[in-house]
Design a protein around this ligand. Structure first.
Ligand SMILES: O=P(O)(O)OC[C@H]1O[C@](O)(COP(=O)(O)O)[C@@H](O)[C@@H]1O
Ligand SMILES: [Mg+2]
Ligand SMILES: [Mg+2]
Length: 325
């Protein structure tokens, strides 16, 4: 078997700026360390709740805090990074440098799965920083189309890193000696699919278009869609999106009436935007039900957004239902 190329060799051949490559390489190194910490589980004493809540009013797990600190420290030490923002930090953190890039991240996605040994992940987004001054929060509020790179690591049966830089999508697998090896050269999302992912326990709280869409899937061959659908819900966005990247499907976390003033559960700047860039670059679509996620103008750092992403024809089907009201 010919040797697989590693991340450094792949980055060397990419047209991104050397500074972007440095940021990506440093995040990748941090994710490799996070993988070991996650895999250590109870042996390292890292499972369970930390006993505090974060800015989202969500209970933090010990691993949320550990991974946030690890990534924050890595980015503060990374020369081209002017500022960072995390799900776990109320405010942005400037690094004291100017120019270069801003990084937003979800250090550990799928926290509810940590203690039950189900896949979790890390999600990140890299945006240009303003030149000649330190960044403010307003500088982070750029539409997803401005991202210069985005990616996620999934800590599952294999640890994988999925990236998009200037174009396309690439997937690396972490080897036993901690090298990221290119194993998935250009994963694409087929336009048609027969697998949907949504937390059906919220069904009674959904708006009519989402109910109609899911009802259509559940009705199968005998229903209006005239085909059978399978369903999956990992409850880690990284794992659900990764499955869609590997074999197609649709993922929905819509607005629901449990907390009607919140637009959704997932966060725009460090969950929806990076995943939307990856999904679009792989040939899929990502919307809030109607508008492409990447075209939304952010107004708040921790802004939430409804998310519908995956196989293009299924995402279009949701848009048709939304248009019907
Ligand atoms: O438990 P629910 O409501 O199904 O929500 C699951 C969703 O929440 C999340 O876990 C939110 O991410 P965090 O764990 O980073 O807060 C997503 O990964 C996942 O898709
Ligand atoms: Mg998350
Ligand atoms: Mg998280």
């Amino acid at each position: 078997m010919t040797a697989l190329i590693d991340l450094a060799s792949h980055l060397a051949g990419d047209p991104s700026s050397p500074a972007v490559k440095t940021v990506v390489a440093d995040i990748a190194a941090a994710c490799a360390r996070i993988s070991r910490i996650v895999a250590g589980g109870a042996i390292l004493g890292n499972l369970g709740a930390a006993g505090v809540v974060n800015v989202q009013d969500e209970e933090q797990k010990k691993l949320d805090i550990l991974t946030n600190d690890l990534l924050s420290d890595a980015l503060k030490a990374c020369q081209p990074v002017a500022g960072l923002a995390s799900e776990e930090l109320e405010e942005i953190e400037p690094t004291g440098r100017q120019g270069g890039y801003l990084v937003t991240f979800d250090p550990l996605d799928g926290s509810s799965n940590i203690d039950v040994n189900v896949s979790v992940g890390t999600i990140f987004s890299i945006l240009p920083a303003p030149e000649g001054r330190e960044p403010t929060e307003a500088d982070f509020l750029q539409p997803g189309r401005h991202q210069v790179a985005a990616g996620y690591a999934v800590y599952g049966p294999q640890t994988m890193l999925v990236l998009t830089l200037t174009s396309g999508v690439v997937g690396f697998t972490l080897s036993a000696d901690d090298q990221w090896l290119l194993t998935h050269a250009a994963p694409t999302i087929a336009p048609d699919a027969a697998e949907f992912a949504i937390n059906v326990s919220n069904q009674r709280h959904w708006a009519a278009p989402i109910r109609r869409y899911v009802d259509g899937c559940l009705a199968g061959k005998e229903g209006p869609r005239a085909k059978n659908f399978n369903m999956r819900w990992v409850a880690s966005m990284v794992a659900d999106v990764h499955r869609i990247l590997m074999r197609g499907g649709i993922f929905l976390y819509p607005w629901d009436a449990r907390e009607p003033t919140k637009p959704g559960k997932l966060r725009l700047m460090y969950e929806a935007n990076p995943m939307a860039l990856i999904v679009e670059r792989a040939g899929g679509k990502a919307t809030d039900g109607v508008t492409p996620i990447l075209d939304l103008a952010p107004t708040k750092l921790h802004q939430r957004v409804p998310v519908v992403l995956g196989s293009a024809n299924e995402v279009d089907e949701v848009a048709r239902e939304s248009a019907a009201g």
